[in-house]
Design a protein around this ligand. Structure first.
Ligand code: ASP
Length: 170
């Protein structure tokens, strides 16, 4: 947190100063633990939980800080019902972690549930939505040299029968 705090800037909070310019305590920390966990501004720490009880009742929740060290003003997918989390007690529950912007564009949580409504297994429903995201992603900076999404995004789902699965882009 101290390291992040020192890097905050009104102009560009993602650019890191040289290690020598940081507080000595922070320098020690980085020497001990490394700075890699802090390097990637896309790092994230979201948790989604979809659940089915013994009576077949469903629930879901998604807990997030947003992208690592939240960017002011950004709203991620976790807070948006239908994107980061969605439950239809007649069908299934689903949620997501990873690049929220990509998920919001396809309303991924509700789309997973709709795929299950159409008869897909939880695993196939999650993979269907990942494929949709791959098709939807056009921005070059988000694609690798083979035109595939370069970012992380995962879906988790459970259906009314209690069958569950997760799938991830990578
Ligand atoms: N999905 C979250 C967001 O875009 C990030 C995460 O999964 O940690 O805010």
């Amino acid at each position: 947190w101290l390291y992040w705090k020192q890097n905050l800037s009104a102009k560009d909070k993602w650019i890191e100063p040289d290690i020598e310019k940081l507080d000595p305590d922070v320098q020690d920390f980085i020497r001990q633990y490394g700075r890699d966990p802090f390097r990637d501004p896309r790092s994230h720490g979201t948790v989604h939980l979809s659940a089915c009880n013994g009576r077949g009742d469903l629930a879901g929740c998604t807990s997030t800080s947003g992208l690592f060290f939240k960017m002011p003003g950004r709203v991620g997918d976790s807070a948006l019902i239908g994107a980061g989390c969605f439950v239809d007690n007649g069908i299934g529950a689903a949620g997501s972690t990873g690049r929220g912007e990509a998920n919001i564009l396809v309303s991924g949580g509700s789309l997973v549930v709709e795929r299950m409504r159409a008869g897909r297994s939880p695993k196939d429903a999650c993979v269907d939505v990942l494929k949709r995201i791959a098709e939807t992603t056009k921005e070059k900076r988000l694609l690798d040299d083979r035109g595939r999404p370069g970012f992380a995004i995962s879906f988790y789902a459970v259906n009314k029968a209690g069958a569950y699965a997760g799938a991830t882009m990578w």
